[in-house]
Design a protein around this ligand. Sequence first.
Ligand code: SF4
Ligand code: SF4
Length: 348
Amino acid sequence: MAADERPPGQLNPQEALRQGHWVKLICGASNQDLPAITDLCAVYGAAGIDCVDVAADPAVVRAARQGLQWLDQNGLARPWLMVSVSDGSDAHFRKAWFDPARCPVDCPRPCQRVCPAEAIAAVGSVDELRCYGCGRCLSSCPLGLIEERDHRLGSDAIAEQLAAMRPDAVEVHTAPGRGDAFDALLAELSAAGVPLQRLAVSCGLEGHGITPSALAQELWRRHSSLRRWGFSPLWQLDGRPMSGDVGAGTARVAVQLWRRMRPLAPPGPLQLAGGTNASTVQLLRADERPAGVAFGGMARRLLMPLIHEAQSRGTSLRHWSEGWQAGLELARSLVEPWRRRPGMEHSC
Ligand code: SF4
Ligand code: SF4
């Protein structure tokens, strides 16, 4: 099967967006756990996702491409590769850091317990490659030793990096009041000369103290910029600023944001994100059809125990048949309910 062909019943990503069946895996805008990223791309790709969204980091992109090439080699459809950048300070592009020499020897290490990425071990500091900046550990230290550090790609490096990485799509994390910075970033992206299938815009309400109509105004301004630079939009509505929560409450916030923004947002597909999980699809009424969904922290956590188990056996999930089957079932449990929903035409 050629790389751009789909198995029976699987739409190509553009068509999936148009019909409301789009599913994206967010590997994390600052996640650099390379072996895990390769396995995540392979297993969610095999489960039928349309896009993998990774950090704009050449090593991460290489790891993701390895997973996508594995799909090609096994006759499976390859999802789009999207990289994430930001037009300003953003929690998705941070990492935690502390100096372990300052930690008391008898500290019970609450920071280690709260970390969902196993980025803090029993000794030492934060494993920078595994940390994806969720922020849970920041307030866990009784001595306040943990700080956050910015890991954004400098805007002067974006055009060059993008030209080297050649993704299928880019996501720009933006925030209210950053219209000029967004425009400047689009100029950089355009200068890279890489044809993009979509330019996703990631934004939400939480933490910005604005109303849905004010957010809509911001999105309309971004829409004008996208048109000016000739990019096709994809609106990623973040219910929560980070996607790593699993409760039904966070899923509800994401669905509510989509409901509020649907009549206000500019043209283009509206996709749910930020707090999405397995409950999300059940919260939608039968007549409610967002263009799709992005799964982040929850999707990663679902698979990480198996990926770590494979690593402890000295292999990868892709090369451990029993683990692969179990992982594929888990990934499908998240993806297939979105495939089974009745389709609906979206203007794209
Ligand atoms: S808790 Fe979150 S921010 Fe802290 S080290 Fe783990 S992944 Fe990074
Ligand atoms: S909780 Fe604070 S003091 Fe304890 S190990 Fe973590 S960073 Fe160090």
